[in-house]
Design a protein around this ligand. Structure first.
Ligand code: ARG
Ligand code: ZN
Length: 849
């Protein structure tokens, strides 16, 4: 049941062409498939023909027109070698499936009366018998028959009539990129002409009534297409590009060739219904899926162990894109916040795994922050090590050499070696070794010579007790005591366990700014005083490290408040005040500097420092810290709040969003003083969803949101996406003592449709992010989440398993909490018929306790 990378073998046949016919019906869809197969010279000899297939009722099978007498087993169909012709042949099958009953949302399923598919990673085997593996690539021709008005599949539309349509995708692709959509949909259309003159018809397909919320997605798509031409030289390669919005979707979105399918929350946006964060995420995810056309589709993965080959690279590309569209500094800060919150957390617990895992039970469990976000960090480090030009050359070579192929991480690194002449054998270790390296800094100053000594160590992770040094690019700059930069950014390459780097000819002992731009995904251990950190927050020339200094200072202050009830010292308050009032700084950056470290982040930080975090103390200390900051800044707040008001109608651009973010941060501080008077007025005056939910969040935290919550539900009760916000705000912000009960109440709400993944995440997912509420000492939070995971698992194992990661931090906490979590995991594991997905996750987590 465990799959190993080392077992890889090519499939014994090549699929030269695939023709599929779908006769759609909710309870009895017929899928007829014709596969043109030829022996694969890479696997000589006679082989049984094994096809994957799950939950398919086989109607008929034939080879070369002659019926076969075969019976499928639980996972597929085997045709013995003796029954196969030598040389090429055609295999025909017909199966029946029931999309209506497909609650797992994998394969062909239904959402609000529309048919749609999700095949990555292994959903195609729930549609027809096929070699469902990414290294089998073939051109697909698809005929869809249905009474529904809109019938879509991959590639170009080649013929259509009443009740049917035929699509042809000339680009060989693996089955996981197959897609089909049928429904009563409306198109929001656009057009793009590629650099070489191809006219591409663009459309965003939505349910009737949502047509007015597609502009932003379309604009984002066009910007993405242009950007990929300009920055990577990559053009689109079909005459049609379709995006479809679906309400029931396990993930964010899917890059099916020419027919991207999205969770509707990452497509639909209007100022009244979507927040600035929604607009930004839509832009990024549209870009991400579009960029997959080259990094994922034209060049795909040989096997699922190589998932980071497409995901890490595509995340890196979408991060670059967002930086270009908005602000590189702000984007970097946000990405690092996410990396630490999700990936460092993963690396520190029982689910730690390498960016390229060596084994798995259920591949859906490996669409992780490590594969995606750490995978993107590895690309960023490569780029830093070989330079922008080296990187561009390597990418050109990658596209030239591997277009049309299913490639590996070894192929990827070889391209960089060949294009730049660098030896990347040690870098390879980043892909195979799990865990976050810790880099310890020691300084020495000796009459004009300044020495930085860096030491690296990676703690053991499950299955990998012994770690080896990895190459770490450490970007460093030096400031002199007046705040001038005396050594501009230099990249030190730490390749050994311990290395010293000397800087000569300095007039005074410098203040180092280390790991600028977060040049490597490591934890930096560097003892520094509050004053030093405040100095860097005021003077560093590297924007990321300015923020980082403020962040580290806030954590240092908060940690002392948690452990010895200390009061926040003056350095942090004064430093934040200076940033807040500095009008030369981007408001979005100032808003980030004002944001307090989150409670989960603090728990992780304390645990990393060898302490046992107490969720209640963290919650209380963070509240005191925020209150103290509000008092300190009080004289400035009303003036700033007025000054930051934007004239004119809402626009979703980054500048306006930044101003709103800062203004709402100021409102949150004012709420700590006035108890919500101003926020209630702001709520009433809000004319866009950012301001409306921003004010509502203030009121919930102030404990006086009842009237506004009721009004919000009346105003938006008809709107699924907006109501998700109503649920998640309450779940996430509920006061810890009664949070579990409040959330249990939300699950009894008539609008809690728990089979819809967005709604389930909005309530249960948001609650597991309510740190002190979820980790309540009596275990009520753990019990509530476990109950709901047990309920969801038989219907939708993928989403249930993903949400079970709420329990992956058990080892941080005291023995009582560890015991309670262990008991919940054991209870989950004891459920008869538990899914493979959940069995793997709960098992790995329990093993770590
Ligand atoms: N490839 C998609 C994306 O990152 C995600 C698909 C996730 N599928 C899954 N089974 N987990 O854009
Ligand atoms: Zn992706």
């Amino acid at each position: 049941q465990v799959q190993y990378l080392s077992d890889y073998q090519p499939w014994p046949w090549l699929v030269r062409a695939v023709a599929l016919t779908f006769r759609l019906a909710p309870r009895a869809t017929r899928v007829a498939a014709r596969l043109d197969l030829a022996p694969n010279p890479a696997r000589p000899g006679r082989h049984d023909l094994r096809l994957d297939g799950e939950g398919l009722r086989l109607i008929r099978a034939a080879i070369g027109g002659v019926a076969l007498d075969v019976t499928p087993d639980a996972t597929g169909l085997t045709i013995p070698a003796a029954a196969l012709p030598q040389g090429p042949f055609t295999l025909e099958t017909e199966v029946e499936i029931a999309p209506e009953g497909n609650t797992a949302l994998e394969g062909l399923y239904m959402s609000n009366g529309m048919y749609c598919t999700q095949c990555e990673a292994e959903g195609f085997r729930k549609i027809t018998f096929y070699p469902d593996r990414p290294d089998v690539m073939a051109p697909f021709r698809v005929r869809v028959e249905s009474g529904l008005p809109v019938l879509l599949s991959n590639g170009n539309l080649v013929a259509q009539g009443p009740g049917w349509a035929e699509w042809d995708d000339p680009w060989p692709k693996p089955a996981y990129l197959f897609a089909l959509v049928a429904g009563d949909l409306r198109a929001h259309r656009g057009q793009f002409t590629t650099r070489s003159g191809r006219k591409v018809a663009l459309a965003v397909w939505v349910r009737p009534g949502d047509e007015g919320r597609c502009d932003w997605a379309m604009e984002s798509l066009i910007r993405s297409m242009r950007w990929d031409e300009e920055v990577y030289g990559r053009e689109y390669d079909l005459d049609i590009f379709n995006i479809v919005a679906v309400d029931d979707f396990n993930m964010g979105a899917m890059e099916n060739k020419g027919l991207n399918i999205f969770n509707s929350r990452y497509v639909l946006a209007s100022p009244e219904t979507a927040t600035d964060d929604d607009f930004a995420r839509i832009e990024a995810i549209i870009a991400h899926e579009y960029f997959h056309n080259w990094t994922g589709n034209r060049i795909t993965c040989r096997d699922w162990f190589q998932l980071c080959l497409k995901e890490g690279l595509t995340v890196f590309r979408d991060q670059q894109f967002t930086g270009d569209m908005r602000s590189h500094a702000v984007k970097r800060i946000e990405d690092v916040l996410l990396l630490r919150a999700r990936q460092f957390r993963e690396d520190a617990g029982p689910l730690a795994h390498p960016v390229r895992p060596g084994s798995y039970v259920e591949i859906n469990n490996f669409y992780t922050a490590t594969v995606y976000e750490k995978g993107a960090e590895l690309i960023g480090m490569l780029r830093r090590l070989v330079g922008a030009e080296g990187y561009a050359n390597a990418l050109d070579l990658y596209f030239a050499r591997h277009d049309g192929q299913a490639a590996t991480i070894e192929d990827w690194l070889k391209v960089f070696e060949d294009a730049t002449g660098r030896d990347l054998s040690q870098f390879h270790r980043w892909y195979t070794q799990a865990g976050t390296p810790r880099v310890t800094v020691a300084e020495d100053w000796d009459g004009g010579t300044y020495t930085l000594t860096l030491e690296q160590a990676t703690p053991p992770t499950p299955g990998q007790p012994v770690k080896h040094p990895v190459p770490i690019p450490v970007a460093v700059g030096l400031l002199n005591p007046n705040g001038d930069e005396v050594v501009p950014t230099t990249v030190l390459e730490l390749t050994g366990a311990r290395q010293s780097f000397r800087f000569e000819g300095l007039a005074a002992r410098p203040v180092p700014s280390i790991l600028r731009g977060f040049s490597a995904p490591v934890i930096l251990d560097h003892d520094r005083t509050d004053a030093e950190r405040a100095f860097l927050l005021a003077h560093d020339t590297d924007t990321f490290n300015r923020w980082e200094a403020g962040r580290a200072l806030a954590k240092q202050v908060l940690a002392r408040m948690v452990t010895d009830n200390a009061a926040p010292g003056p350095d942090w308050l004064a430093a934040v005040e200076r940033v807040l009032l500095d009008e030369t700084l981007d408001p979005a950056f100032r808003a980030l500097c004002l944001r307090l470290p989150g409670e989960d982040d603090m728990a992780q930080t304390l645990h990393t420092a060898g302490l046992t975090p107490d969720p209640d103390r963290i919650h209380a200390a963070r509240k005191r810290l925020g209150d103290r900051l509000a008092q300190h800044l009080a004289p400035h707040l009303p003036g700033l709040y007025e000054a930051l008001a934007l004239p004119g109608p809402y626009t979703p651009d980054a500048r306006a969003a930044g101003a709103r973010a800062l203004r709402l941060a100021v409102l949150a501080l004012m709420t700590r003083i006035d108890g919500g008077t101003r926020a209630a007025r702001a709520y009433a005056a809000a004319d866009n969803m950012t301001d409306q939910t921003g004010a509502l969040a203030c009121l919930i935290e102030a404990g006086r949101a009842d009237a506004e919550l009721a009004a919000f539900a009346r105003q938006w009760g008809h709107d699924r996406l907006v109501m998700d916000k109503w649920f998640s705000l309450q779940s996430a912000l509920a006061a810890p003592a009664g949070a579990a009960e409040l959330v249990a109440g939300l699950t009894a709400h008539p609008a809690f449709d728990w089979k819809n993944p967005n709604r389930f995440r909005a309530v249960i997912g948001a609650f597991s992010g309510n740190h002190a509420g979820f980790h309540r000492a009596d275990g009520a939070g753990y019990r509530l989440v476990a109950d709901w995971l047990i309920r969801l698992d038989p219907l939708n194992p993928q989403t249930a398993a993903r949400m079970s990661t709420a329990f992956d931090t058990a080892t941080r906490y005291d023995a009582d909490r560890r015991g309670l979590i262990g008991a919940e995991l054991a209870r989950i594991l004891a459920v008869p018929g538990l899914s493979r997905d959940m069995t793997e996750m709960a098992g790995r987590m329990l093993a770590g306790i």
